[in-house]
Every structure is written in C-alpha cells, then in structure tokens.
Design a protein around this ligand. Structure first.
Ligand code: AMP
Length: 920
C-alpha cells in the first residue's frame, strides 16, 4: 500500500478549501484531537463543501482507496421536527494541474454516499472507518471533496492510497514493484528476470492483482550449473560439491574418484589415474583401470587336436566398473624372442571382447611353446596409454600344464607331481630351487622376475610317493618389463603376462579330460426465506453446529465402504438407522485421528453451513456426530458420485435435453444459495454430486476448507487458494467473490457438462488461461452444444460482472429451453479441431495421424478401434472417405459418439480453414 495523501485535521495543518466546515477540537477518551466538522442541523437546503488540496497521482495508480474516519451525530438527539441527515457524500474531480483555491462544484463527480455504521448519540462518541474506491483515474492528479447536506458530521482523518504488488523474488525470478490495476484491467502481467546465476527458458512472468497480490507465475528460473538455490539466491556449490545442470536441485557431493577443488563446479574432474568412459554420465564416478585377471589356467583338452582351454578369474579390482571384457593374445617365444602366433590359431568364442572368463584355443602345434597374454579391458581402457607408471603393475607369472605318458604302468598311476624350478643364470653355488608338490597336472607360478630364463622339471609321483617318470629340464623365459609396458600401451588395461607351457612327459600322450426425461429436478417447493448465517459469527463454533445440525448417535450409523477421500478423512457410504424412521443410504464424512481443535471446528463448519440449506439441489445434511470422539458429518447418499467423473464415464450417452436438465438443477440450487446470500466460491462439476435419478446437487461447503480442499486450487502469494479456470477475473484479481462470480463459475460448469466432463481450457496452463481471458477470449462451444446454451455461457463470462445474468435469470432461461426442446436443435458453431484438440491443430507439429488407432485415441473413441479394423478401415485415407451412414454401419450407435467421430472426420477434411480458437 502506497500512501498518496493523508491528513489529520489540526489547527496548523489546514490544507483544504472550506465552505461552512470548520476545524473543531474534540475530546475522546481523554485525548484531544481536531476534526473538520459541520453541524447545520435544523437549517434547510444545506450544501457544505470541504475540499482537499491537489493530490498528485502516480501515473500507473488509476485505482485509489480513500479511508475516512468520521463521526455522525444521531438525528434522534435533535428535535424531531428539524431537518436532519445522517450521511454525507464523497466527490472527486480530476485535473492535470493544481487549481489552488479555485473551487467549482460542477467539476466534481460523486463517488459515493457515506453512511456511518454507528452513529454518535448521547451515550458516547462512535468513530466510523470506511474505505471507498475511486477507480479509472487518468489525469495527473485529483481532488477529493466532502459534501454535507444537513448532517452533523466530524471528519477526523482521510487517508488516500493505492495498492501495489511489492517488488518480490518468487521462484528465483525478480519482479519489480507494480502498481495494481483498475477494475477494468484487474490483472497486470509483469515481466521479471532471473536472479543472478539463475536462468529460465522463457521470460518469467506473473500477474499483479488489483488487490496488490502476485498470482500465477510462469517461467521458472533455475540455478545455473555449479550453483544451488539458497533462499532467493543462487550460491556457488562448495568445493567438493557439484551441480551439472540448470535445475532446482542441490549441489551434490563429488562422486567417487573425482576431485572437487574449486567452488562453483558444474562437474568434478577425475582424480589422477581415474577416467570416465565417453558414455559415462559426467555426473558419475570416475573409474580406475582394471587390474590383471587372476588365476589363469590352461587345461589341455584334446591335445591330439591341438586344443587348449584357457580360463581365469576376474581382476581383483575392476576399477569400479562392470563393463569388463577380456582379450587373449598368443605369442610363440623362442630363445627370448617372441612373435605373434599368426592367423592359424582359432579362438572360441573369440580372441577379444570376451565377457566370460574362458576361451578355447585350437589349431595349436604340439611341440611349440606358446605364450598367452590375457588382458582385462573396461570402458576406460582407452585412457591407459595416458596413465603414468602404475604401482600395481604385476610382474609376470607362468602357467604350466603337462600330460602323463600312456606307457604301460609298472606302478600305480601318478596322483601327484613334483615341480622343481630355478633361475637359469643363478650362480651354481647358490642355486635356489623351488619345489612344489601338486595334486593337478597344471599350476600357475606368479611373481617370477621379468626378462629371466627359468628351468623347469616335472616328476610324477605315485600314490605311495615313489617317483615315476620325469620330464627333461625345460627352459622358459619371462618377458622384459619394457615389453609388458608396450603391450600395456596397446592393450590399454593392466595386463597379466602368462606363459602356458604344454609339457609332454612322453610323446603320444593321451588326452586328459573337464435415462431421457425424468431426471431433472422438480421445481423447488421451498422458497428460501432466510439469509445464510456465517458460523464464524458465533463465538463458539460448537454452538453453531448444534444450532444448524441434528446430533446423531454413532450407534445409528453403519459404515459400509470407503467412497472417497476428503481433506479431513475418508468418506464412507453407509446406512443411517434412526429408530422409528426408515433406513436411509448416507454418505459419512469422517475426521481422521490426530486432528487439532481448529481442524475439528473447520470440519464441522461444513455441517453448520449445509444444515442451513433445504433445497432439492443442495446436498442434504442428515446430521452430525460431535459428542463422541470420532466426529462425523452425515449427508444424503448420491449414488453416481461427482458430476465431472460421472460425465466422463458416460461420454456421449446423454442428449442435450438431459444435460440441460442437469444444468437446470444446478442453477436452481445456486439460485437458492444466492438468494440466501451464500457465495460458494468453488462451483465446479467436481463439486456437484449426482444421484440415481440424475439429480444434481451442489456440495462442498465450508469456511477455510472451501478451496483448501480443492486440488484445482492454486496458491496465491497471500496463501489463499483459487481454482483459476473456474474463477471470475475480479475474484482472482481482488477477491471480489460474489454471486456474480459464482455465475461465471456456473458458466464453466455448463461448459464442463456440455463437453461431458472435458477439462476447461484443456491442457492450457493457468497462466495461459488468465492471459486468454484478459484478452477477451472465451472457451469455444463444446461439440453439439445448443446455440442458446452456449450464448448463456458467454453471458456468464461477461467481464462486467453487473451485466452477467442472475441465477434466477439462468433458471428461467433453462426452464424455457426445456419446455420447448426444439430450441435446443440449433447447434452452436463448432470447430472440431479446437474442441477435441486434434494434434493437427496443436499448432506445433501439424502432422496428420499415422494410424486409425492414433486418431481414435485423440478423440477418446479408442473403444471403436476394433469396429474400424473389422470393417477393413485401416488407414486414414479410408477414414476420410467415411459418411455418417458408414460410421453407423460399423457399429457406432450412440448419437454422441457418432457425432464426435463424424465431426472429427469433418475437421480432418477441413485442414485449410483457419483456426478460430476461442472466438467470442
Ligand atoms: P468431499 O470431501 O466432499 O470433496 O468428498 C470427497 C469425495 O467423496 C467426493 O468427490 C465424492 O466422490 C464422495 N462423496 C462425498 N459426498 C458424497 C455423497 N453425499 N454421496 C456420494 N459420494 C460422496
């Protein structure tokens, strides 16, 4: 609120033009104050003026508020025969310049008559405070004037202000202070900008309401990579944390094996010796190179066929990766010189890209020594060449296997072997032999020195330990470290160097083996005589409940089944058995345990309100349970549940006549409520209940819970909730909720009903809806909607609320339409591409449908897919050829569905006509 002008009357500060008014001193509660006062009671034809000084207007402030404090004397305190008034008038005059003390009555326009709420009598002085609105100001400034026509008035203070939405940061977008608009332009769209280090795909926008409140923001700002949201700012990620994208998320700790040395990191680089594969997400951990495979064993299978099975175990350390594969390389080494084995050798399944830890090698020559190098690879192996010397580089190991002679055995068959080996070049004096006793005819010897020649001998031992045949001493050489390094470079991964020796004890060794008319409500019999009483006016809300609702004993209530979830607890279907009365089906709303006293009172307030209504089209309250622990509200049971769901489930199944009948019922209920001065604020098809007779009844009453409970409600900056697409612009803009705003919502309900529960404005965002409404666009007629019904909707959506029809008018008009059903035959213009949102009209892609089923799905008629297929209609060209008769013949019987399909085909043919979205 920005104050433009303020005065308190005082002797020193007289800044007004006075005619008959004078400054007087008054005493109230012991303190003295001044007031502008006039009191010419008893004198006829009074016309006394008091005018302010020139009040400069801020150019954008076209709607200003005038708050007055004043006292009016009770006329009864004067002689009854003398003329006396108890009101005075507020005037304004706009001007581009200060005219000083010149005062011309004719230039002033009356704003309003001001009447006191409390008059001052002999018993005491009563100060009134009233706020009036002066709207649509356009000149540079204005004067206010007060005209007395014979009252006894004292004006204590005048405060002139306008409302503004204060500069704010909402969802990281900064919006400047914006003066609230006038009633004509009640919602001002304001562009904002993202705070530092935040960004948004579209320019952030928000509306400033005439009440100085921000509502419905679009364009979401998010902190840039490397920044996170802290309050209304974007702060750098701390060292050790990162954020990779523009998002609402927090900075995350750097993943494994990465380093986060700097603040504001969009990602954490890998630590030395760790890498990311090109396909790894940048936000993921880094991995090391895998270590060498372990336990490489060569098993001779069919030596005669030159076959060998190599198997090994996965590396001890996979570097944290699961994409480990293996490759096998064969070299034949002689005299320390190694060369590739050549293409003759076969590998099964392959020599590279192995995911299993074994490979069969064949086409080996029996007398040659082979060296097999098995390497482990992973997604980061490509970086191995860049790796500096690795500490964990293995040296070498050697696998040996041998076979026993088939010679006739003089002794028991060997079951153990003795393997002896030594370095060839060891000084003979200090030769170190290593002797291994082995159960198997193969072994892997690790940690041999690189580039060194070793001599091996194998001796077979029989079961009693006596020596059997022995091999000659064979020499094998491990590779030089430099060779390992080179291979390492090419292979990329840590490598295990293996020598597999096929050792024959003897030649020729043998192989070893491993409803139409009666649904609408009858005219209401009970004319409301009373006015709705706000239960809040009761000091104790419990008293209000007891006044308006009957207390039911819980033993008379039987809950049967949960049928819904309300804000306060489950809603059940059940039976009410009151002794001496017929059993009735009821809905039972319960209050979930753990409630606060405030929640209990809010919950029961719905009953206090509902209990005041008696009307065919208002949900009837049977009673309440308040005197027991589990509070309940019991209402009549509506078998078909909420209207929006019910219509969606019965899409196309009702005639216009039936739908209008439903609307007539809702309008009658609303007329009753508005006659009782009750403003619903949340009228929507989801808050209408339907019974077995298709009678529609208005439900969902309450105080704080109205809207709080509504999933469609959008929070405003003050925390209130508004279901934007059902709410009149003035109610969004400055919370002017009246029966006229309920009429707007009724128009939306009409549209929902005629469109069989379609969502108003489809998938448009709340912001787009408000923009469209502000620009005078309105929902187009639903398909097959009688013209007269659509015209009525448009009337309900008039910007000027005073021009909208009253609920009484609506009921009369709907009655008239129902009395002459022919009036429903003229159908409103309808653009099928708009109403059923065919993708071809979405404006973005414009692509035709690729299949019949895709098309049927888009018009929510998928249930007929099979009918089309069976009739041989399998592509869209065939669909376009279809006549109404054809649609009927393939089995579409319901008139609503027939029309929907026919209209859609019409729309598809009419690709060239321009799109008339929301034509009013
Ligand atoms: P409410 O808390 O009033 O929004 O109720 C939640 C849901 O319970 C509604 O959407 C209905 O599906 C169901 N319901 C509420 N009252 C009744 C009733 N009197 N008859 C049938 N269903 C009801």
């Amino acid at each position: 609120m920005e104050i433009l002008y303020m005065f308190f009357a005082s002797k020193v500060l007289i800044c007004v033009v006075l005619f008959q008014w004078e400054v007087v001193q008054k005493t109230l509660n012991g303190s003295q104050f001044y007031a502008y006062s006039v009191c010419n009671v008893g004198e006829p034809e009074q016309d006394n003026w008091l005018r302010t000084t020139f009040i400069q207007r801020r150019p954008s402030a076209s709607r200003i508020f005038v708050e007055l404090q004043f006292i009016v004397r009770d006329c009864n305190s004067f002689d009854a025969s003398v003329p006396c008034k108890e009101t005075f008038n507020l005037f304004t005059s706009e001007s581009d310049a200060d005219v000083g003390t010149t005062f011309r009555k004719g230039q002033f326009k009356k704003v309003v008559t001001i009447a006191p709420d409390e008059i001052t009598s002999k018993n005491g002085m009563r100060i009134n405070t009233e706020t009036k609105v002066v709207d649509n100001l356009s000149r540079k400034g204005f004067y206010l004037a007060f005209q007395d026509i014979g009252a006894c008035v004292a004006l204590l203070s005048v405060k002139v202000y306008y409302k503004a939405c204060t500069a704010t940061v909402e969802s990281l977008a900064r919006f400047p202070e914006t003066v609230a608009g006038s009633e004509n332009q009640a919602l001002r769209e304001v562009k904002g900008e993202c705070v530092e280090n935040a960004q948004s795909e579209e320019v952030p926008r928000i509306y400033c309401t005439a009440d100085g409140e921000w509502v419905v923001q679009v364009g979401h700002c998010q902190c840039k990579p490397g920044y996170e949201k802290v309050g209304d700012t974007c702060q750098e990620c701390q060292p050790g944390f990162f954020k990779a994208a523009s998002s609402d998320g927090k900075c995350e700790p750097c993943p494994a094996n990465t380093q986060g040395l700097e603040a504001g990191a969009a990602f954490c680089p890998c630590m030395d010796g760790f890498y990311q594969a090109p396909t790894d997400p940048i936000t993921g951990p880094c991995s090391g190179l895998p270590t060498a495979p372990r336990d490489l064993v060569a098993t001779t299978t069919q030596l005669s066929a030159g076959k060998l099975l190599l198997s090994w175990s996965p590396p001890d350390d996979t570097g944290g990766r699961s994409d480990i594969t293996y490759s096998v390389e064969c070299q034949s080494c002689e005299g320390g010189a190694c060369r590739p084995c050549g293409e003759k050798i076969r590998y099964e399944p392959a020599s590279a890209g192995l995911t299993l830890t074994r490979v069969t090698v064949s086409e080996l020559d029996a007398h040659l020594n082979y060296t097999f190098i098995v390497e482990a690879h992973s997604g980061v192996s490509m970086f191995a060449g860049q790796a500096s010397a690795r500490a964990h580089k293995p040296v070498t190991s050697l696998s040996l296997s041998w076979d026993v002679s088939p010679r006739p055995r003089l002794h028991a068959p060997p079951i153990r072997y003795e393997l002896t080996y030594r370095k060839k070049d060891d000084n003979l004096d200090v030769t170190t032999y290593t002797v291994l006793i082995l159960e198997k005819s193969s072994v892997q010897i690790s940690e041999l020195a690189p580039g060194t020649a070793y001599l091996f001998r194998v001796q077979a031992l029989s079961s009693d330990g006596s020596p059997g045949g022995s091999s000659i001493e064979e020499q094998y050489e491990t590779l030089h470290e430099s060779t390992v390094g080179d291979l390492d470079f090419f292979g990329g991964a840590v490598m295990l160097f293996i020598v597999v020796v096929v050792l024959f004890l003897k030649r020729n060794s043998h192989s070893r083996q491993g409803a139409e008319d009666n649904y609408f409500s009858s005219p209401e019999q009970l004319k409301p005589l009373k006015t709705y009483v706000d239960p809040h006016t009761y000091e104790d809300p419990n008293v209000a409940v007891l006044k308006f609702a009957t207390e039911i004993h819980p033993s008379h209530i039987t809950k049967q089944k949960v049928i819904g979830a309300g804000e306060f607890g489950e809603v059940y279907r059940g039976i009410l058995k009151v002794p001496g009365r017929k059993d009735v089906a009821v809905a039972i709303k319960t209050l979930k345990p753990g409630y606060t006293e405030k929640q209990r009172q809010d919950f029961l307030s719905e009953a206090s309100i509902m209990g005041q209504f008696t009307h065919q089209n208002i949900i009837r309250l049977e009673g309440v349970v308040t005197k027991f622990k589990h509070a309940m509200i019991v209402t009549e049971y509506m078998e078909n549940g909420a209207l929006d769901r019910y219509l969606k489930d019965h899409d196309g199944e009702f005639s216009s006549f039936q739908l209008v009948g439903m609307l007539r019922g809702i309008a009658a209920g609303m007329k009753y409520l508005s006659d009782m001065s009750y403003v619903h604020r949340d009228l929507a098809a989801r808050n209408i209940l339907v019974n077995n007779n298709l009678e529609c009844k208005v439900s969902d009453f309450g105080l704080s819970r109205v809207l709080e409970d509504d999933p469609e409600g959008t929070y405003t900056t003050s925390g209130g909730k508004i279901p934007i697409r059902w709410t009149a612009p003035e109610a969004i803009a400055y919370r002017k909720f009246t029966s006229a705003s309920d009429v707007w919502s009724f128009g939306i309900v009409m549209w929902e009903v005629m469109a069989f529960g379609e969502r108003p404005y489809w998938d448009m965002s709340n912001h787009e809806v408000m923009k469209a409404i502000n620009e005078a666009f309105r929902l187009p007629a639903p398909m097959d909607c009688p013209s007269a019904v659509y015209q009525l909707m448009l009337q309900c959506w008039l910007q000027d609320r005073s021009k909208r029809p009253r609920f009484g008018d609506i009921v009369s008009l709907l009655d008239k339409l129902l009395r002459s059903p022919d009036s429903l035959k003229t159908i409103a213009d309808f653009d099928p591409r708009v109403s059923i949102r065919l993708p071809s009209t979405s404006g973005s892609d414009g692509s035709p449908f690729r299949s019949v089923s895709e098309w049927l799905e888009s018009i929510k008629m998928s249930q007929y897919s099979e009918n089309f297929t069976c009739a041989g209609i399998i592509n869209m060209d065939q669909v376009l050829q279809m006549k109404n008769e054809d649609i009927k013949n393939i089995g579409v019987r319901l008139p609503g569905h027939l029309k929907r399909i026919a209209y859609s085909i019409l729309g598809l043919k009419d690709q060239t006509s321009t799109l008339s979205v929301f034509a009013v």
